[in-house]
Design a binder for this molecule. Sequence first.
Ligand code: SAH
Ligand code: SF4
Length: 380
Amino acid sequence: MEQLIASSEAPARVNLLGMSRAQLEAFFLELGEKRFRAQQVMKWIHHQGVTDFALMSNLGKALRERLASVAEVRPPQVESRHDSADGTRKWLIRVEGGGLVETVLIPDGNRATLCVSSQVGCSLDCSFCSTGKQGFQRDLSAAEIIGQLWLAIDSYDAFQAGKGRVVTNVVMMGMGEPLLNFDNVVAAMDLMMDDLAYGISKRRVTLSTSGVVPALDRLAEISEASLAISLHAPNDALRDQLVPVNRRYPIRMLLDSARNYIDAQRDQKRVVTVEYTLMAGVNDQREHALELAQLLRDFPCKINLIPFNPFPNSGYERPSGNAVSRFWQVLVDAGYIVTVRTTRGDDIDAACGQLVGEVVDRTRRAERHRSRNEQAEVTA
Ligand code: SAH
Ligand code: SF4
């Protein structure tokens, strides 16, 4: 009872899960402890998956107790987990304040790519994205972002087995626009790449943006992660319709900023991944492919084609396999390296742009569907 009263009156404890190495060092210095404590605690949390300070055996008892009174290691709360027949695993995470976000792990041979969310919803409202249709609710904290990687590893018992590297690649391609949640995304990506945490190589941590140019310019100064840009159209007139942020930062500005980003990298062999979601009759015609080939001439990139993933009342359709192949061929003939993203986790709605959460409140879902129908009528 005494404890209950004490804890209900105590100020909120700080969550150490999302702190980068620099932040954790500052935290320990402020407690009057040595800097190296940060390194010990990071290893417990991110290498061993330990959340209980009492188990951190190389810290003295007094420090463990002190930590337990001012801090905590709190992973995200899993609402449900879904396993696809193809091995794809999806988590629905309940965040504080009531929203839901999704994380998807896609195994592929020796690799496994984790698709991580950065926001609850998204404010940028791309016309073909179900997350965009949801509107923006809030940014995820750094702990909620890195916590997605923590729990993916934990769910395979990989911490206990000492096989923390069950996730080999991370893509910031879940819900939200990562550059609009800049500081938290940067802190989380720092942890992904830090040897004291997950030690994933900078080439295997990818940030995807729809083109928030000023933030991308800032990122160039501080981050070594790989970059993907969501282009989806070969000219501004079409991109303005599909990706509204293009009206503020048009294609030329985005390509210049992306080039500047890779020029700023020490490792000069890097290229930008250009993502292009193909929608039947919208941006998948031969003339679009030719215009795209022309646009990206001299731009250091590889191209990733994503056949549109349908969701109810989207107003768009996925092109046929033949249409995708024809588009692909034009780009290959023009000398580009082009991959087509295969749809994974279809049976659990885990594909790009479908990440909206099944367990949304029914009224809100009905409203969303209504407004989508209205939009579809306007466009029709
Ligand atoms: N906000 C960031 C990252 C999240 S979206 C961005 O837009 O880049 C990850 C990728 O999935 C983006 O390229 C996005 O345009 C694409 N996408 C969104 N909805 C989709 C859909 N319904 N079908 C296929 N790809 C989609
Ligand atoms: Fe946001 Fe990306 Fe979806 Fe556009 S595609 S609405 S930027 S999550």
